[in-house]
Design a protein around this ligand. Structure first.
Ligand code: NDP
Length: 295
């Protein structure tokens, strides 16, 4: 039972260690440590938590981090001015604009302003286009994490039928592009399902690898999958749980216990995809500081 679990915490720790070693080598050569900046607009508590965990993660691997905290009523123009400043600041290797933004700001216009060479979230049209074309790019965090989890758990992807549930721009669509590319660790046959797909079960039952990213609590049931399937559960949902001292627990898009009996490998929630997400950002920041994607 144990070895069927894809341990995201352990894999993230391994990747972090590799990043920390590389950062240490850079510093040993008297070069500047990689520097990640985060722009945070407003006081959304979840966003604040994400940004502070990104800062902590940077510190743990020797990456310098800074936070540009802007008020809730910052105008789009003021935010874009900050982005232009960061685009031109040689001290900053990469930066992210924490989403969601307040409603009066258009996120597409803001993201388009980020220089692609500093877009370590991989959200700009240039990086998305380069990913689609199979060119070097910053891969967005969650899809990057999924690819690493599969690779480091020795899951064969080539020639397999991967069924992705969900077509969001940050998870479903990019992972479907990455795994169908003509590239090492990819070459899968990918079916991308969404809320308008008819007869979803007919697809999920065919999946050799099922990636659930639909944002519906415990949606994938045991009778929807075939025996031996590899399950990657991206979903994160907080549900009330009086047996837990916090009063809640975290579950995914997959009904874990029964589905794990069908699966040959499965990511738990928490402790699967989640821990990989921040590490991916550290990895992209390291790439940015080495000018590995954009020379
Ligand atoms: P979105 O809400 O942006 O997208 C959900 C997708 O699922 C849409 O494409 C939607 O279809 C599709 N969908 C919704 N309901 C159904 C259904 N019943 N049947 C088939 N398709 C359906 O979600 P995200 O991609 O942002 O996130 C998905 C989940 O992953 C969430 O629980 C989120 O919290 C979690 N998440 C976890 C991360 C991590 O680090 N572990 C990182 C990012 C997200 P349509 O396009 O037709 O509307």
């Amino acid at each position: 039972m144990e070895n069927k679990i894809i341990d995201g915490k352990a894999i993230a720790a391994e990747l972090k260690k590799e990043i920390a070693q590389e950062v240490a080598q850079i510093i040993d050569k008297n070069q500047k440590a990689p520097h990640l900046a985060a722009v945070l607009v407003g006081n959304d508590p979840a966003s604040k938590t994400y940004v502070s965990s990104k800062e902590k993660a940077c510190k743990a691997v020797g990456i310098t981090s800074s936070v540009y905290q802007l008020s809730e009523n910052t105008t789009e123009k003021e935010l874009i001015d900050v982005i232009q400043f960061l685009n031109n600041d040689d001290e900053i290797d990469g930066f992210i604009v924490q989403l969601p933004l307040p409603k009066h700001i258009n996120p597409d216009r803001v993201i388009e302003t980020i220089h692609p060479a500093k877009d370590v979230d991989g959200f700009t049209p240039t990086n998305v286009g380069r990913m689609q074309l199979g060119m070097p790019c910053y891969v967005p965090a969650t899809p990057f994490g999924i690819v690493e989890l599969l690779k480091r758990s020795n899951v064969e992807v080539e020639g397999k039928h991967v069924v992705v549930l969900g077509r969001s721009n940050i998870v479903g669509t990019p992972i479907s592009i990455l795994l169908s590319r003509k590239a090492e660790g990819a070459n899968a046959t990918v079916t991308l399902c969404h809320s308008r797909s008819n007869d979803l079960i007919s697809f999920t039952k065919q999946a050799d690898i099922l990636i659930a990213a639909i944002g519906q609590k415990e949606f994938v049931k045991a009778d929807m999958v075939k025996k031996g399937v590899v399950i990657i559960d991206v979903g994160i949902h907080r549900v009330a749980d009086s047996s837990n001292e916090k009063g809640y627990k975290i579950v995914g898009d997959v009904d874990y216990e029964p589905v794990s009996k069908m699966a040959s490998k499965i990511t738990p929630v928490p402790g699967g995809v989640g821990p990989m997400t921040i590490v991916s950002l550290l990895y992209n920041t390291l790439l940015a500081s080495k000018k590995a994607i954009y020379k």
